[in-house]
Write a protein that binds this ligand. Structure first.
Ligand code: DAV
Length: 422
């Protein structure tokens, strides 16, 4: 495919246009566990360990964890930069020693279906990295303080490209208030390349004061949350506009924003008022009692084809969207594809994400996707639906807030402000 030479250096209207340029996060040695704060009550996943130690906070002590995550991010960059990739068969990937957890290997074996290793042309995606910073130092504002920051493994959470605009999200966690600075040089450099076509904006930074949060949220039991699930009230209230960039998904002229623990209605309204060229829709997932970030819940894969082939959205079977909000999609030729259960439900003890990181994939084009190498059920589903699927190891990122989609921020796709919902 020839490069579209007229594309601005910042251009991404969809989740699925051919990916030309992307930022990949970095697992710095100073990466920290998320501190406990009004927007976040971290918990150890392993009940035996949780009995023995409190939530650690502070810098991640096991150097092995940051080293593994960084090695997997570097490997991913290498694959993105390559013109061609050799896709291993799932059996080969399992045998090459990366899958060390016994139960996980067993889960794979019970599912393994041979698929042939092959080589295919994917085209190069230029890859930039977030800047290395010291995340272990305390940070503060006039009305708050945090014992440390977090890390910049997941630029997806703080940054989004909306067409030709780079936007820094407000964020809702105090520890993540300054995280966008790991991307600042990239933003300034891109904006300066073409300042009349590229916009560089920061959404209003919240006060992060106590009044921004609902103090009772964390005290509720799951049962109580379930009873009030249609009220969509989470840990941030409506006092200030709040959104994380990862609660947004782009489909050309339309963007869809999940109301969540990290995005409130005022944040969605702020997006509406500042992007009049886009149609901004709220999405609700009533069965997700702790929603945060749409990319493990609702993932547009490809638009409807000219020959009336259906558009596809990968959805989370445990978090079905509101039926009324799906009408727009079905009326415009989109089908929902239920993601299979993850290959394993195990998560690292300090991971604060769900096992649905299994569906946290990155589109390189409307026909090529990158998924985690253990996710054989997903591999099979996507292959059956006509996708070329590249698999990479990314489990090392699970304790740093995300996986393949989270660890990226797309800067340039070969796409346009197409109306997919006419
Ligand atoms: O379902 O746990 C994780 C996404 C993190 N950026 C989830 C969402």
């Amino acid at each position: 495919m020839p490069d579209n030479v007229d594309l601005p250096a910042v251009n991404a209207w969809t989740q699925f246009g051919r990916l030309l340029k992307v930022v990949v996060g970095r697992a710095d040695p100073t990466s920290c566990h998320l501190p406990v704060e009004p927007a976040c009550q971290s918990e150890i996943n392993d009940p035996y360990l949780a009995e023995q130690i409190p939530w650690p906070g502070g810098q991640v002590k096991h150097r092995k964890s940051t080293k593994l995550a960084e090695a997997q991010l570097q490997n991913f960059c290498h694959i993105l930069e390559s013109e061609t990739v050799q896709v291993k068969s799932v059996r080969e990937a399992a045998e090459c020693g990366r899958l060390v957890e016994k139960r996980r290997t067993e889960a794979l074996r019970s599912n393994t279906k041979e698929n042939d290793a092959r080589v295919f042309q994917k085209g190069r995606t230029r890859t930039l990295r977030t800047k290395s910073m010291d995340w272990s130092k305390p940070v503060a504002g006039p009305e708050w303080s945090s014992p440390s920051q977090y890390c910049a493994t997941c630029p997806r959470d703080t940054m989004i490209t909306l067409g030709n605009t780079i936007l820094e999200a407000t964020m809702s966690k105090r520890s993540r208030y300054f995280e966008h600075l790991a991307c600042r040089e990239i933003c300034l450099d891109l904006w300066r390349q073409d300042p009349l076509r590229i916009k560089f904006w920061s959404a209003p930074k919240p006060s992060m004061s106590d009044e921004m949060y609902n103090p009772g949220f964390w005290a509720k039991t799951d049962e109580e949350r379930f009873q009030s699930m249609r009220s969509y009230e989470f840990c941030v209230n409506e006092k200030e506009p709040i959104f994380d960039a990862a609660d947004i998904t782009r489909v050309g002229k339309d963007i869809f924003v999940q109301k969540s623990m990290t995005t409130n209605d005022s944040g969605i309204m702020w997006l509406k008022s500042h992007f009049p060229e886009l149609r901004v829709h709220a999405l609700h997932f009533p069965y997700d009692l702790y929603p945060s970030h749409i990319d493990c819940t609702f993932v547009p894969l490809r638009p409807p084809g000219k020959d009336r082939e259906d558009g596809l959205v990968l959805i989370n079977p445990e978090r079905p969207p509101l039926r009324a909000e799906l009408e727009l999609w079905s009326q415009n030729g989109w089908k929902m594809l239920n993601a299979p259960m993850p290959a394993t439900l195990d998560r690292p003890a300090f991971s604060q994400s769900s096992y649905w990181l299994s569906m946290n994939l990155l589109s390189l084009s409307p026909s090529t996707l990158v998924i985690e190498e253990a996710e054989l059920p997903l591999y099979n589903l996507l292959s059956e639906n006509g996708f070329d699927v590249i698999t990479v190891p990314m489990r090392g990122m699970y304790e740093f807030g995300g996986a393949i989609h989270c660890c990226t921020w797309d800067l340039q796709r070969d796409d346009a402000c197409t109306d997919y919902f006419p």
